[in-house]
Design a protein around this ligand. Structure first.
Ligand code: ADP
Ligand code: MG
Length: 482
């Protein structure tokens, strides 16, 4: 928990998130139209999505399947009976004049999610509910100087709205929540989690209170589409609210927008302007009834999720929970790690991935799927370090070359003659030369000045371009000078 310091004392931040996640499905929630991202405008619109008179929605079983699996992945109650409601409002991108959603009886009830924080600790955040709903179309205002156009490709696409309890207490926790949510959805294959394509976005609710007080009035910031913006919006909003409260004012419950260019939130509509959606059960759809055995089958078929994988990595590979958390954050990272670690020094493998591989990928703005170094190639490098063929320092140079050229470690070491010198004869010659050239330091060593050992090792490294095995040099030095 992090407190916000105001002029009159400390304030506690209270945050709840509503995540909209587009369901991975080839067809829409109530029609057979396609859902591909980036298609020609209005090329993926059925008569149902365009709300032609007399068209009837038909529930897509795949979307139900995905929502239930997501609920199970969030350790949530699955409601065997749920109801679709009409949420009525008028907007050009909503041709029917209502959105089909779930209001009083959602498909998924209470669940929870474990978030991992930077200090290595974890916290549980409550999930209130998950419901299925349709996405709306999109208004295009930048295509023509005088007219606006509508693209209905998104109209009717299935979304899961996942609502959290107001359990988060800092921007960092909210970011960790969104990250973990995205990881779980991706592991399940129920949402691709691509925030920049709009397939995952969130509304963030923020209020402030004195520690121990009841919940304060919240503001809701709509449609935040990156984790960085989420944190910025929360920090800004917290400061804005504290300033008002310390000034003796009150917070108006309102809907706000985050302006990412200015880093500010501003009013979109106040509570008084809030919509009355006149929810009522959609007469075109029967209540959705699920079979308990079917739900059990889906539960049994869930893949290993991030928390379980993390626990297994700690137990089987003996790496720290912190490192394991980083490695399981993305499925392909975890797969890569397992391929490198299998049958090798797993801690060394984890270190090389986290501090060397990720650093270089970051710099080149590459995802692990596009890594120029395969898991097998990194494995070969780790082997060469573990069996003393090359030193850790040389390995970093070799790795740079691997990233740049895609060549294997063995080939690079061979071509450049980078093998570590462990041959005692060769090292003795080097050490003899250094001792002969530096009688003063040799004398200091004999007089018991231990720190001069490091200096000698450094000289030996210099003379061998880093290829001397430091342990062997140390032993030879002690033998010759001791
Ligand atoms: P609405 O649909 O009007 O947004 P909900 O009851 O669905 O209302 O709540 C939306 C979100 O607001 C939830 O994630 C919840 O945790 C959060 N929330 C509720 N009260 C507060 C509060 N006082 N401070 C911060 N977040 C809150
Ligand atoms: Mg809301």
């Amino acid at each position: 928990m992090s407190m916000v310091q105001g002029a009159t004392g400390e304030w506690e931040m209270v945050i709840g998130l509503e995540v909209h996640a587009q369901v991975v499905s080839e067809a829409k929630l109530f029609s057979g139209a396609a859902t591909d991202f980036g298609a020609e405008p209005n090329s993926q619109v059925s008569l149902v999505d365009a709300a032609m008179p007399g068209m009837l929605p038909v529930i897509n079983e795949v979307c139900v399947h995905q929502a239930v699996r997501t609920g199970l992945g969030l350790k949530a109650e699955i409601n065997l009976v749920s109801v679709f409601d009409r949420k009525n409002y008028f907007y050009p991108d909503l041709p029917a004049g209502y959105q089909i959603s779930q209001f009083t009886r959602p498909i998924v009830g209470k669940g929870e999610i474990e978030i991992d924080l930077a200090d290595g600790s974890s916290r549980t955040i409550g999930i209130t509910r998950l419901h299925l709903e349709q996405d709306a179309g999109k208004s295009l205002h930048d295509q023509d100087p005088k007219r606006s156009f509508i693209d209905l490709n998104r109209s009717g696409v299935a979304l899961m709205e996942i609502v959290s309890e107001p359990d988060m207490r800092s921007a960092e926790e909210a970011a960790a929540y969104l990250r973990k949510m995205r990881a779980i959805l991706r592991y399940l294959g129920t949402c691709d989690g691509n925030m920049d394509e709009g397939s995952m976005r969130c509304d963030v609710n923020v209020s402030m209170r004195r520690l121990g007080d009841p919940l304060g009035t919240r503001c809701e910031i709509k449609n935040v589409n990156s984790i960085r913006f989420l944190q910025q919006a929360i920090e800004y909003e917290a400061r804005r609210q504290v300033a008002i409260l310390e000034d003796g004012g009150t917070i108006d419950q309102e809907t706000r927008l985050f302006d990412s260019r200015k880093g500010e939130t501003r009013t979109m509509r106040s509570k008084e302007e809030a919509h009355d959606y006149r929810y009522f059960p959609d007469p075109d759809l029967l209540p959705l009834e699920l079979d308990a055995d079917w739900v059990e089958t889906l539960k049994a078929d869930l893949p290993e999720l991030p928390d379980e994988k993390k626990a297994r990595f700690v137990e089987v590979f003996g790496i720290t929970p912190y490192d394991a958390g980083i490695l399981v954050a993305e499925q392909d990272r975890a797969d890569y790690f397992e391929a490198v670690a299998e049958g090798r020094d797993a801690k060394l493998a984890a270190n090389w991935m986290i501090s060397e591989l990720f650093g270089r990928l970051n710099k080149a703005s590459l995802e692990i799927a596009d890594s120029p170094v395969s898991a097998a190639a990194l494995g070969e490098l780790v082997d060469m370090i573990a069996d003393d063929t090359i030193s850790g320092r040389i390995a970093k140079e070799v790795f740079d070359e691997m990233v740049e050229t895609g060549q294997g470690a063995g080939a690079i070491v061979e071509a450049k003659g980078l093998k570590q010198i462990t041959d005692t004869g060769a090292l003795e010659t080097v050490v003899d030369e250094i001792i002969a050239g530096n009688p003063e330091q040799a004398e200091q060593f004999r007089e018991g000045k231990q720190s001069v050992v490091g200096w000698f090792v450094g000289q030996a490294m210099k003379a061998t371009q880093g290829k001397a095995n430091p342990k062997a040099v140390n032993e030879i030095l002690r033998k010759k000078l001791g």
